[in-house]
Design a protein around this ligand. Sequence first.
Ligand code: NAP
Length: 249
Amino acid sequence: MNLFVVTGASRGLGHAIARRLLLPGNYVIGLSRSSSEQLSKEASLSGARYESVEVDLSRVDSLADQMEQILQKAAVESLKSACLINNAGVLSPTGPIENAPAEEIAYHMQVNLTAPIILSSSFIHNTEAWEVPKTIMNISSGAGRKPYSGWSSYCASKAGLDHFTRCVGLEQQDKPYGVRMISVAPGVIDTDMQSYIRSLSEQDFPQKERFIQLKEQGQLSSPEDAADKLLKLLNSGDYGHGDILDVRQ
Ligand code: NAP
């Protein structure tokens, strides 16, 4: 079986990725605070194995143990490959950083940066002896590479995720079964996160109008199209340790 652990599988891009992975021979585990009934139903018809695990990624102290338990359970199967997709993410707090409550900044960093780092650390540690291809795909954003006024926490957490990826790439590249980690910007996708962006005030996000235009001109990718591009890249194996990629390139 091919193991896939996908964070944020309850809706949006993560949901579409998990759906696309529901194929015979795949074992898909979705991590989020809520679960998707649609995924459970479709899984039972698909020939794939699907499990949803309730995880709050802001509770970072328990994440390493949760990942260890997931991997120990999965290891009972005869696995041909293993992949972690760090997809879950939040945008808020938005607006000038001096107006952001400290607890919202801390929550943001826990979900967007600390959680993927801890999950990756535990994934690499607990699969060290697995002699199969192993990958971690971090879902980043163009905002991690280009600054946006009003999105300083988001830009910082995604830039951090990219740089974390580069460093782990160096650590893993010479190992015989090293985990190949990449960080990929998925494009602009029609999800709850985009609805939230369009609801922001001009003062908090001066580029708001551009995102309204993208929606009105039909230029947002569907979550399914974005998932297809990401999985095509993943399946191609056409990337190096620590690569920073964008599905639009
Ligand atoms: P979304 O529709 O808002 O979905 C976010 C997902 O993250 C949900 O499944 C949610 O699950 C999960 N999540 C949020 N907080 C969590 C927490 N504390 N614990 C566990 N899970 C949590 O977002 P999206 O647009 O699909 O974004 C997915 C990824 O793509 C994010 O990393 C985002 O930064 C990136 N991205 C999106 C766009 C875009 O245009 N949409 C562009 C570039 C990058 P629960 O609420 O059930 O916990």
